[in-house]
Design a protein around this ligand. Structure first.
Ligand SMILES: Cc1cc2nc3c(=O)[nH]c(=O)nc-3n(C[C@H](O)[C@H](O)[C@H](O)COP(=O)(O)OP(=O)(O)OC[C@H]3O[C@@H](n4cnc5c(N)ncnc54)[C@H](O)[C@@H]3O)c2cc1C
Ligand SMILES: NC(=O)c1ccc[n+]([C@@H]2O[C@H](COP(=O)([O-])OP(=O)(O)OC[C@H]3O[C@@H](n4cnc5c(N)ncnc54)[C@H](O)[C@@H]3O)[C@@H](O)[C@H]2O)c1
Length: 444
């Protein structure tokens, strides 16, 4: 008979939960992981995985259009969606297999606390020395008349039929990704934003360039207005804004931020405290109950809600549980990218922060659009900004706008994190011509 007693019980089978489960098992801990919906969580099912498959198709289409003129066949959405579904289901499968290979017991169902060491799932009782919450977050809802017609961003990334006319609520990272993909695939897109701020925290010149690019893609952006009402009509959904604008659309997708999943866990049974930002944790990712920990999007940490942070936090806990001495979590510099058209990426000190302290930082701009790597791809927006610490002369941050921004930012992250000098870089041989070989010019 299998025992239901574990060193670690993980609630949530997303990337954060997987990070802790696999790491703890690699240290010889007995581990159970519980998932109520989809293995791989938001990343694999509704987030970056389907998004990047769709993006690969629309970016290829854009390049084909640029090379061959406008009269090219449209994106074959059905084919692209089929490829996306195959990639998503194979990735989910790999997730489960990984747990099995690592000797981790998997449970499918909704988990709840019975007390601070026992979890109930599908009528079974599991007992754990440590319990880790990795329950993620869900889309923020808007309550207006007709809000039943609003779909979440995840529905866009999983849709089989591309709506001809679509409306996106919000002007954050998800809104820009949907707008880029849908407009290239031939949809008429309107983006509705409550204020005049798009992609808060990113370089304002680069955001302006992205907005100009959306305009070239015929995306309509309505700033300083909000949704008042949606009405279903025979020919579509009628949108009415607070400023009295009206238009018809076939689908409305919301991308208004995400709220942590902390309800329905019976947290009071474990005396775990939550705030509006999620489950309260200290620098050991430990809640006010020393047996219970939280990682990823459900935890109220100061880090952004991104997959790489969730994975990093999960692995940290996996090491912490078997460490001879407890050590607090510290974060390396992490790069991030907005998968807009073109992409926008950031690492280290942002130009926005640097511009607030001009005595400390200088911002150096480089136009990359005429460099071979970018020119050959018609990457006319390609630009780089480096943030230089005036006193040390060291580069401490970078922002890039380009179709390959995520590639370049990852190289720059390595150079910045390792404090690589131009001399050290020149001792390294990169294949030429390539984005890596461009680093010689960038880093001099
Ligand atoms: C559209 C979109 C695009 C994104 N793109 C990127 C990107 O490009 N790069 C990036 O770094 N980040 C991206 N993110 C953010 C990234 O997806 C999240 O930061 C990441 O998924 C967080 O991982 P997690 O494990 O904390 O939570 P999740 O992935 O949300 O996993 C939590 C899991 O817990 C399960 N669960 C919840 N409650 C229970 C319960 N009581 N019992 C059992 N199971 C439960 C849920 O079903 C879910 O599967 C994107 C997010 C979205 C929505
Ligand atoms: N490439 C990436 O790194 C990536 C991609 C997608 C998602 N994500 C993660 O997912 C999270 C969610 O993405 P998102 O685009 O939904 O969030 P976001 O925070 O980037 O943008 C939210 C948008 O909704 C607006 N908004 C917020 N509350 C509102 C309200 N009550 N009424 C009207 N408008 C409101 C904001 O002004 C903003 O424009 C991100 O914060 C990020 O952590 C990351």
């Amino acid at each position: 008979m299998q025992m239901n007693r574990f060193d670690v019980i993980v609630i949530g089978g997303g990337v954060g939960g997987a990070g802790i489960a696999v790491k703890a098992a690699s240290h010889g801990q007995s581990v159970a992981i519980i998932e109520q919906r989809d293995w791989g969580g938001a990343t694999v099912t509704r987030g970056s995985t389907p998004k990047k498959v769709l993006l690969a198709g629309t970016e290829a289409h854009q390049q084909f259009r640029q090379q061959n003129g406008e009269a090219v066949p449209p994106v074959n959405w059905q084919r692209l969606a089929a490829h996306r579904d195959a990639v998503v289901s194979q990735t989910q499968e790999r997730f489960k297999t990984r747990f099995q290979t690592a000797g981790i017991r998997t449970f499918e169902g909704h988990a709840q606390f019975v007390n601070d060491r026992q979890i109930q799932v599908n009528g079974q009782l599991l007992t754990g020395t440590h319990i880790v919450l990795a329950t993620g977050a869900r889309p923020r809802e808007l309550t207006i008349p007709g809000s039943q017609w609003i779909q979440h961003s995840g529905s866009f990334f999983r849709c089989h039929q591309l709506p001809q006319r679509l409306t996106i609520l919000g002007a954050g990272v998800i809104a820009f990704a949907i707008a880029g993909i849908a407009s290239e695939a031939g949809a008429q897109v309107t983006l509705l934003q409550r204020n005049h701020v798009a992609l808060r925290g990113y370089d304002s010149d680069f955001v302006a360039e992205l907005l100009a690019n959306l305009a070239r893609q015929n995306v309509r952006v309505v700033f300083d207005d909000g949704l008042a009402e949606l009405t279903r009509e025979s020919t579509g959904i009628q949108v009415l804004t607070k400023q009295g604008l009206r238009w018809q659309t076939d689908a409305v997708y919301s991308a208004l931020g995400r709220v942590p999943n902390v309800e329905d866990l019976n947290l009071p049974a474990a005396n775990v405290i939550t705030t509006t930002h999620g489950i309260q944790v200290n620098t050991y990712l430990q809640t006010n109950n020393p047996r219970v920990y939280a990682v990823g999007d459900c935890a109220a940490t100061a880090t952004p809600n991104l997959a790489n942070y969730a994975i990093y936090q999960g692995k940290y806990l996996g090491d912490l549980f078997t460490a001879a001495q407890a050590f607090p979590i510290t974060y390396p510099m992490m790069a991030s990218a907005v998968f807009s058209a073109p992409r926008l990426a950031q690492v280290g000190c942002s130009t926005t922060i640097a511009q607030q302290s001009p005595a400390t930082y200088a911002v150096v701009r480089q136009d990359l659009s005429q460099w071979l790597t970018y020119q050959r791809d018609y990457d006319e927006s390609a630009q780089l900004k480096l943030v230089v610490h005036r006193q040390s002369g060291q580069v401490v941050g970078a922002e890039v706008i380009s179709q390959q921004a995520d590639v370049l930012i990852n190289y720059l992250a390595l150079l910045i994190q390792q404090k690589i000098t131009p001399e050290q870089l020149h001792d390294t041989f990169f294949a030429y011509p390539s984005a890596a070989a461009d680093l010689y010019g960038i880093w001099t």
